[in-house]
Ligand binder design. Structure first.
Ligand SMILES: Cc1ncc(COP(=O)(O)O)c(C=O)c1O
Length: 380
């Protein structure tokens, strides 16, 4: 028997308070007690999205909200700009193409962030573009994209929406929806919201709701107009993932008790400690600029990332993520979003050091842990 540690960028660890709240008997979703729960959870979501707009709770993984963010705001034949440069940027393009939307890709080198000036140039070159689809933290590369800069570019163009996948960014660092001027923001439960997978969230600006009124793409289960009406009245249109909504209320209570600033500062410190550990081990960062959600590190030549991940899991019971798509085998990703604390970072780094040493890499065991500790001890 070996103790297991789940240290990925999703699913992320879930606090005990949330687990026990979800273990209680399932309430009926059309009864007043659940309406109260949904109301409180949705108020909490407005707080974390930093918006006065309604935030809709959808039952499905984050991709459900991405799907809805395409099908509810566009019509067939519309043209959109999609920022690619990682698996999740590519997903926006796949969803849009599946709906018959014409995609203008803006390709960014994997591991690098988009330049808002390039988006402005692309929009100037093609006034038919109706929306920009982007990713805040590109989880597959660890990059933080300057989505506030993209919102500024879109804001000055009347018919262009700025749609942001904040699935692995919301609650990690400051993404104030209303202040930044994002038109659609999507998030998911299994990231910084500290829940199991199964819920997705979406908020839309006035400008986006106007686009919704004219949008003709087919939709049924993920019809946001119907959801908005139902959820404003205290219910969801269909049976929601009831226990997850109960857990959501609890996780938002925990986050609100801590406060936004403190939550962002906690993530920033864990991220700095992880980056310091990478440097201590002589592992180059893959992402520039790196996000505070997940740290992607390049592996020494000759070392297969998949073997590192496998060895960490099977030999030490520590699950981290490797690379995806183009980065498969080349990087490992150490997560620090959601219910992560100092000793999750120490655990991951220690297991990584042991693994690298086992696999014959030239590392000094303890160098990464010591570098992380130096950051984690700051302010004591
Ligand atoms: C940035 C980003 N977008 C989209 C997704 C897809 O979310 P899901 O797997 O919940 O559908 C993820 C999940 O890892 C993600 O990190």
């Amino acid at each position: 028997m070996q103790k297991q540690y789940l240290l990925t960028a999703g699913p992320t660890p879930v606090p005990e308070e949330v687990l026990t709240a979800m273990a209680r008997p399932v309430p009926y979703h059309r009864a007043p007690a659940f309406a109260e729960c949904l109301k409180e959870a949705r108020e909490g979501l407005q707080w974390i999205f930093q918006t006065t707009q309604p935030v809709l709770v959808l039952s499905g993984s984050g991709t459900a909200a991405m799907d809805a963010a395409v099908s509810n705001f566009l019509s067939a034949g519309d043209k959109v700009l999609v920022v690619r440069g990682g698996k999740f940027g590519e997903r926006w393009a796949e969803i849009a193409s599946a709906y018959g939307v014409s995609v203008v890709p803006l390709d960014v080198e994997w591991g690098r962030a988009v330049d808002p000036a390039a988006v402005a140039r692309a929009l100037d070159a093609d006034p038919a573009i109706r929306a920009v689809y982007a990713t805040a933290t590109e989880t597959s590369t660890g990059v933080r994209h300057p989505v506030d800069g993209l919102a500024a570019v879109c804001r000055s163009r009347a018919g262009v929406l700025c749609v942001v996948d904040a699935i692995s960014a919301l609650g990690v660092y400051d993404l104030p929806m209303d202040k930044a001027g994002f038109d659609v923001v999507v998030a998911g439960s299994q990231k910084a919201l500290m829940l199991p997978p199964g819920l997705a969230f979406l908020a839309a600006s006035e400008k986006a709701w106007q686009a919704h009124a004219a949008a003709k793409l087919p939709r049924f289960y993920l019809d946001l107009g119907r959801e908005k009406k139902s959820q404003t009245a205290g219910e969801t249109a269909f049976t929601p993932a009831v226990s997850l909504v109960v857990g959501l209320r609890e996780s938002l209570r925990l986050l609100r008790a801590d406060g936004l600033e403190s939550t962002f500062a906690r993530h920033a410190k864990l991220a700095r400690a992880t980056r310091a550990a990478g440097a201590g081990l002589g592992l180059e960062p893959y992402a520039d600029p790196p996000s505070d959600s997940v740290t992607a590190l390049k592996l020494p030549a000759g070392l297969d990332g998949s073997a590192v991940v496998r060895h960490m899991r099977t030999r030490y019971g520590v699950t981290i993520a490797g690379g995806q798509g183009k980065a498969k085998g080349k990087i490992i990703r150490l997560a620090h979003l959601g219910w992560y604390g100092s000793f999750d970072i120490i655990t991951a780094v220690a297991a990584l050091e042991m693994t690298l040493a086992d696999l014959g890499a030239a590392v000094t065991p303890g160098a990464g842990v010591a570098a992380a500790q130096a950051v984690l001890r700051e302010g004591t």
